[in-house]
Design a protein around this ligand. Structure first.
Ligand SMILES: [Zn+2]
Ligand SMILES: [Zn+2]
Ligand SMILES: [Zn+2]
Length: 366
């Protein structure tokens, strides 16, 4: 939970900086007469809201899995991203229309020089936020935080546009301020759409990217004892991966050995892919994917075999194993050493008469 504390701290710091910038830009925009600065103030305001939402989402998302949310609470982070993304798109569109309208009616503002200082301070502050947030995001591989960092970077770009527009406005190119406001709006729309797209991918239960998928496949396939892999399903929740795999092992292995192989496969993938939160491995004796017919009930067969054997030989077998595959069911039976050849043959015949039994193998310890 150390990473979540770090994520919260950097988000809080970002929020504080954005609060200062919003006030500075809004006041500066009004006093020094710049539409672009006002637009950027609005932008910083959405950043402030976004920081607040991210902060709360990280708090909620960090909560451990419980009965209500067996996969943990990370999806709150995704929902928060989606909400923030939509908000950013809306504000961006409003800004674009506002600036376009003023450009059309040629209602220029005439910004004064101190506005440039405000824009300059904003650029430096945003770039600083980008760097410090990215450092924390990379250290902890935190997807939401990384998105927030990238956003700080686009903020810096947008403020550079403001700076350039103001500069142009002051030195003869009177529409510069409004064009800068337009650019701020367009950048916001783009950033918002990207956030919405990524949150949408996760909410629609998209699998992991192809490289990760292939890496997972190879790790599972190369686990000793795994003969093949015929299914690997993945999804992400708040950037954490949840996966399910069907591995094929030699069909006559014992349950205990199959279980150990499955655990080893899980450990290997878990170790190599840090974002993997959970991997469930289902052990298959054969490829059961392509419309395989249902297997007969092994419990019923087992009881019928015991019954038939006991009736024919007068005693219970020492051990009994069933191998159930789609193509055939094989019974392997260990009898007591006292049984004679002919009694064993009688027992074999009786077991072969049981429904679904295709092959019988009797082992005598004699
Ligand atoms: Zn399967
Ligand atoms: Zn286990
Ligand atoms: Zn299966």
């Amino acid at each position: 939970m150390d990473e979540d504390r770090a994520a919260r701290r950097i988000t809080l710091a970002g929020g504080f900086v954005n609060l200062l910038l919003t006030s500075l830009q809004a006041v500066g925009g009004v006093i020094f007469g710049s539409v672009a600065l006002l637009a950027d103030a609005l932008h910083s305001l959405t950043d402030l809201v976004s920081d607040a939402v991210v902060y709360m989402a990280v708090r909620l998302g960090a909560a451990e899995a419980d009965e209500n949310h067996p996969y943990g609470h990370r999806r709150f982070e995704t929902l928060a991203s989606l909400a923030v993304g939509l908000l950013i798109v809306v504000i961006g569109v409003v800004l674009v229309f506002e600036a376009a309208e003023r450009l059309q009616s040629q209602t220029w503002a005439s910004p004064e020089q101190p506005a440039l200082v405000v824009a300059g301070i904003t650029i430096i502050a945003k770039e600083g936020l980008y760097r410090s947030t990215m450092r924390v995001a990379n250290k902890h591989n935190h997807a939401l935080l990384r998105a927030n960092a990238v956003h700080h970077r686009t903020d810096a770009l947008s403020s550079i546009a403001v700076f350039a527009g103001l500069f142009a406005s002051m030195y003869g190119f009177s529409s510069g301020d409004l064009i800068a406001a337009l650019v701020v709006g367009l950048l916001l729309v783009r950033a918002g759409l990207r956030i919405v797209w990524e949150a949408g991918l996760e909410l629609s239960e998209a699998g992991v990217d192809e490289r990760t998928h292939t890496a997972m496949q190879e790790l599972i396939r190369s686990t000793g004892g795994v003969e093949d892999l015929h299914l690997l399903k993945t999804k992400t929740v708040g950037g954490r991966i949840f996966a399910e795999a069907h591995v094929q092992v030699r069909p006559t292995l014992s349950v205990t050995q199959g279980h150990e192989i499955a655990h080893r496969a899980v450990d290997r993938v878990m170790e190599a892919i840090p974002l993997l939160q959970d991997l469930t491995v289902h052990v298959d004796p054969e490829d059961d994917q392509e419309d395989a017919p249902p297997l007969p009930n092994s419990h019923v067969i087992e009881r019928a075999v015991l019954d038939a054997w006991e009736k024919a030989t007068g005693e219970a077998p020492v051990n009994l194993t069933l191998h159930l595959l789609v193509e055939a069911t094989t019974v392997v039976l260990v009898c007591s050493p006292q049984l004679g050849e002919d009694v064993i043959e009688q027992g074999k015949g009786a077991v072969l008469g049981v429904d679904h039994v295709d092959h019988v193998q009797v082992l005598s310890p004699r």
